[in-house]
Ligand binder design. Structure first.
Ligand SMILES: Cc1cc2nc3c(=O)[nH]c(=O)nc-3n(C[C@H](O)[C@H](O)[C@H](O)COP(=O)(O)OP(=O)(O)OC[C@H]3O[C@@H](n4cnc5c(N)ncnc54)[C@H](O)[C@@H]3O)c2cc1C
Length: 433
């Protein structure tokens, strides 16, 4: 490592980890001084045009914890994480100049806000600074996929079968090695508190099905717990439609969403589990769900900003309602459907909702109340700890009849409630407090 060669900068966004991170490993191999950067951009915490903050309190807390953990992990490698709170690219542009940055390592993104954020910086810096993009967020690498699939099919099953038949999940990136202590910057950067981001501290709701902390360390602990300690993975297919508690599903989504763990880390751990413990429908099904996650990423890559448009990727025109009263009732658990209400109270109080719950409340919002699905999606964006732009907008389009569901179904809420909450345990938990 030599500072005379300039600096390699790792610009962290939704890839908040040190393991299985190509960009970080390459930066370390560059033989330059390595510095990392993360921006708590105030725009992330502002109200959007649908009336909800882009990042609400629960994900903000998770984000703080995740960046805190990243800073500690990088610190062990003698890499400083610069923490910023700049509404545009100005501070980063200055840093790049001041630190004599020669190379930038960044996760490739393609959605509107992320591209704009990038452009603000990368279009204004010296053209000699080399920008290295990498895809860190996929199970199946886009370059491998491109060789086998010309056009992403609009039906998931075709996509999945093609991936399973023709593609291999790549191995993990090498673990990063520790640099000498002189690599560190002299300044130590402080991570903001919830108060700094405009929220009040709060106590975790004891009913929460997601009582976990952000960060790679707790993500890996959760993988170990779900696979090796409790062996819940072995029964995942039978429990995954559950509603109460931490173990009916993996709960990996929040760490995956901000990149504290990678899908490949989970995949290869499942493969080990299949070798050592059991290989069955449940172990397969968790990978199957990770393929859904990839699929929505590829769909958003194919259709770009169309995933945010009211007609969705199908260009379907419906008469959408925008009634503020109906939206208010949905958000606050005051609709005619107790099953919808209980799920809505869960997300309001915890930032979490099960997959079964999400499907029901979204279907009710779009198909029963006939409300503009983007309002619901924007509320989820604000509230969900595990918000991921591709999975959220992809699933909302799917449920609302403007996305990838060839069957365009409407959920029968009463039937769903009787099947998945036959003893009203879940509804009592949220409605009778
Ligand atoms: C309207 C709606 C909005 C959603 N918004 C999001 C979101 O913003 N972020 C998000 O990560 N998921 C979203 N999902 C998908 C799914 O509900 C969550 O991924 C899942 O409930 C997370 O719990 P888990 O980690 O225990 O999942 P598990 O059942 O344990 O599944 C394992 C992993 O597979 C992936 N996965 C599972 N189901 C889906 C799915 N339907 N689509 C995409 N990936 C999936 C997730 O990464 C998940 O962590 C949404 C679903 C609906 C119906």
């Amino acid at each position: 490592m030599s500072s005379s060669l300039g600096v390699s900068l790792v610009w962290y966004r939704n890839d908040l980890r040190i393991r299985d991170h190509q960009g970080l490993s390459k930066a370390i191999d560059s033989n330059r001084q390595v510095v990392a950067y993360f921006n708590f951009n105030p725009n992330l915490f502002k109200e959007l045009n649908m009336g909800f903050k882009k990042t609400g309190i629960y994900r903000s807390k998770f984000m703080i914890e995740s960046v805190n953990d990243l800073q500690l992990e990088l610190d062990k490698l003698n890499i400083s994480l610069i923490i910023d709170n700049c509404p545009d690219g100005q501070n980063l542009i200055k840093k790049i100049k001041k630190l004599n940055v020669k190379e930038i390592f960044i996760q490739r993104e393609w959605t509107r806000d992320e591209i704009n954020e990038e452009k603000e910086v990368l279009n204004k810096i010296d053209s000699n600074v080399k920008v290295n993009y990498s895809f860190e967020q996929f199970l199946y690498h886009p370059n491998d996929l491109k060789k086998k699939i010309d056009d992403i099919p609009n039906v998931f099953t075709l996509f999945r079968k093609k991936c399973e038949k023709d593609l291999k999940v790549r191995s993990l990136a090498d673990n990063p090695h520790r640099l000498e202590s002189k690599n560190r910057l002299s300044e130590k950067y402080k991570i903001p508190s919830l108060n700094d981001l405009g929220f009040k501290e709060f106590k975790l709701d004891k009913r929460s099905a997601f009582p976990f902390k952000g960060g790679g360390k707790s993500g890996i602990e959760r993988i170990n717990n779900y696979l090796w300690e409790t062996k819940k993975l072995s029964v995942y297919k039978h429990t995954r439609n559950g509603l109460i508690g931490i173990d009916y599903s993996s709960k990996f989504s929040s760490w995956l969403a901000n990149g504290s763990v990678s899908p490949k880390m989970i995949y290869w751990e499942i493969k080990k589990y299949e070798n050592k413990v059991i290989k069955n429908q449940s172990t397969y099904w968790l990978v199957f769900e990770l393929i859904w996650r990839d699929y929505f990423k590829y769909i958003s890559m194919k259709y770009r900003d169309k995933i945010f448009s009211i007609e969705g990727i199908l260009n379907r025109k419906y008469n959408w309602d925008k009634s503020k009263t109906k939206v208010y009732e949905w958000i606050n658990g005051k609709t005619k459907e107790p099953f919808v209400n209980s799920n809505m109270l869960e997300i309001k109080n915890t930032g979490w909702m099960s997959n079964r719950g999400r499907q029901n409340v979204a279907s009710y919002f779009a198909k029963e109340l006939k409300l503009d699905w983007r309002i619901g999606a924007s509320y989820f964006e604000s509230m969900l700890i595990d918000y991921d732009v591709h999975s959220n907008y992809g699933n909302w389009m799917y449920v609302s009849g403007v996305g990838n569901d060839p069957r365009d179904r409407k959920f029968n809420i009463k039937w769903q409630s009787e099947k998945y909450d036959p003893n009203m345990k879940f509804q009592n938990l949220w409605l009778n407090e």
